[in-house]
Design a binder for this molecule. Sequence first.
Ligand code: IPE
Ligand code: IPE
Ligand code: MG
Length: 246
Amino acid sequence: MALEKDAGRFPLSAEKMPKHIAIIMDGNGRWAKKRGLPRKAGHKAGAETLEKIISAARELGLEHLTVYAFSTENWKRSQEEVDAIMNLLRQYLKNYFKKFIKDDVRMDVIGDIRRLDADIQKQIIEIEQLSMEKTGLFVHIALNYGGRDELRRAMTKIAQEAAEGRLLPEEMTEDCIAGYLDTAGTPDPELVIRTSGEERISNFLLWQSAYSEFYFCDTLWPDFTKTELEKAIFAYQNRERRFGGR
Ligand code: IPE
Ligand code: IPE
Ligand code: MG
C-alpha cells in the first residue's frame, strides 16, 4: 500500500497502451508469513487483489490480462495448501466472475484443466460459455499451466494431425504453432510483470513472451495496487523495443 503515495505520478500515453499484460502473481506465502498467518490467508488476500487488478485493467482499457494462478509445478506443495487454493478457486469462480461478467469481462482458462476436480472443470466451462460474447477486458487465468506442458500438448496434437496426413512439415510456420497453443487467437503480451522480488519466468508463457518486456517489483502480490500497475505500464512505455532490428 506504500505506493499509494505515488498515485497519479505515472502519466500514461493512450497510444502506447499495451493490449496484453501478463502477471506472475507471486508472494502470497511470504505476505502471510510476515503477518504470522497461514499460507492460505495469503492466497485469500491474493485473490482479493486479483479482483481489484481486474477492475483496474478494465479502467485502463487493456484488452487482455493473463494471470498465473497455479502452475504445473505447484502440485508439489502440501495437500493442505493445494486444497486451500482449489477451494478459493471454487469461490472465485462462483462469486467474482459472475460479477465481472455483468461488467462485460470475458474469461477463459489456459492450462490443462483435466487435472482439476470435476466440479471446478464444470464451473470453468460454464463461465467460459457465459462470458463468450463479452467484448470488454478478456481475462485469461493460467491454471495447472506450464509453458513446457502447453508446448508438449500442442506438439502431441500436431503429431496427430501429421500422422493422419492433415498437416505437412512445410506448413509448420510460427503462426501455425501459435494456433495450437492454449493462447491461440490472443496477441502475445507486450509486458510481463512479476511481483515479490523473484526474477524468473517459472515456466510461464515461454513461447508467447519471446519479445515481451519484463517488469519486476518487490511488492508482494497481496499488496499490489492499481498505482503499481500504472507504474509498470509507465516503465514499459518508456522502454525502447527493438525486436532485433536497428
Ligand atoms: C503465489 O504465491 C501463488 C501461487 C504460486 C499459487 P506463493 O504461494 O508462491 O508465495 P511465496 O512465493 O511462497 O511467497
Ligand atoms: C509461479 O510462482 C507460479 C504462480 C505464481 C502461480 P512460484 O512461487 O510457484 O514459482 P517459483 O517456485 O518461485 O519459481
Ligand atoms: Mg512463490
